[in-house]
Design a protein around this ligand. Structure first.
Ligand SMILES: C[S@@+](CC[C@H](N)C(=O)[O-])C[C@H]1O[C@@H](n2cnc3c(N)ncnc32)[C@H](O)[C@@H]1O
Length: 261
């Protein structure tokens, strides 16, 4: 049923979504042209995708601590790593897009909510090697495997914190003046996702970006997306169906784009 709803939402999105040719805003046109649709292979992606291939064969069993909204696929208490690698990670196409976005924005700092096995974390680390990255994971056994993966990839510009976003995010925010890049990729509950957004807002500048994963995952997540779009500090949003990008640029008219990806 849920998958049927998602399929319907996807078809509707395809009907209205634009490519760079249907877009008049110079800021958005440039972003689509040189970030979103730049599919050139990059050498730093290779090692990460090789590791993903290995994780897809990895039979080790992880005891799952689920602090989020659970999975729509299966909520077993123990899962093989290969199942997490198959179902919980961003695809290479999306992870590489998120990496290109980070490389374009060049944030000084980034927070990722939801490390899982560390694949998108590694992409962020390689995209901006001199950024300070904090990634948070609530499942200790999953985090341990992420730690090994990130060490192996020599992703050194980051700190992996184990704990609940609800506790860890406010602690981190207290210690930073501004937040340049936030990737929200876990706990797809309406109240929690909006709380993370409102907690981060005071640290957001006009050059910051927030990326929300799974904006069509549920009715609640669609409501979250609508509330965020309507927030007065948000100017441009780009809805790529799988993820939503939120910009705060002051010199841009408020406008919401549905983009084919
Ligand atoms: C979709 S996965 C992240 C995938 C990862 N960003 C990637 O694509 O490589 C979401 C992760 O968030 C974690 N998570 C969910 N809710 C959480 C919470 N409230 N606190 C801490 N971790 C949480 C889950 O344990 C899970 O590993």
């Amino acid at each position: 049923m849920l998958n049927l709803q998602l399929a319907k939402a996807f078809l509707k999105h395809r009907l209205y979504a634009k490519t760079r040719h249907g877009v008049h805003s110079p800021f958005v046109y440039r972003f689509l042209d040189i970030v979103i649709y730049d599919f050139k292979p990059r050498k730093e992606f290779k090692a990460i995708e090789k590791l993903r291939e290995e994780l897809l064969q990895d039979e080790r069993i992880v005891a799952i601590t689920d602090l989020g909204a659970g999975s729509q696929i299966n909520n077993k208490k123990h899962k093989p790593v290969k199942e997490l690698a198959k179902n919980a990670l961003k695809s290479a196409r999306l992870a590489q897009l998120i990496s290109r976005i980070a490389a374009d924005i060049k944030p000084a700092n980034m927070i990722e909510l939801g490390t899982c096995l560390g694949i998108t974390t590694a992409y962020l680390s390689k995209a901006v090697p001199n950024a300070q990255i904090i990634t948070i994971e609530g499942c200790p056994q999953t985090a341990q495997i992420a730690k090994e993966n990130l060490e192996r990839l020599q992703a050194n510009n980051l700190e992996l914190l184990i704990g609940n976003f609800d506790d860890r995010l406010p602690e981190i925010l207290q210690k930073i003046d501004t937040l340049d890049f936030l990737f929200v990729d876990g706990n797809h509950r309406k109240d929690a996702t909006l709380r993370y957004f409102y907690q981060c807002l005071p640290k957001i500048t006009e050059n910051s970006i927030i990326i929300f994963d799974d904006i069509y995952w549920s009715k609640e997540m669609q409501q979250v997306w609508e509330e965020i779009k309507n927030h007065p500090e948000v100017t441009i949003t780009m809805d790529l169906f799988w993820i939503g990008l939120v910009f705060f640029k002051k010199n841009q008219a408020k406008e919401h784009f549905k983009i084919k990806f």
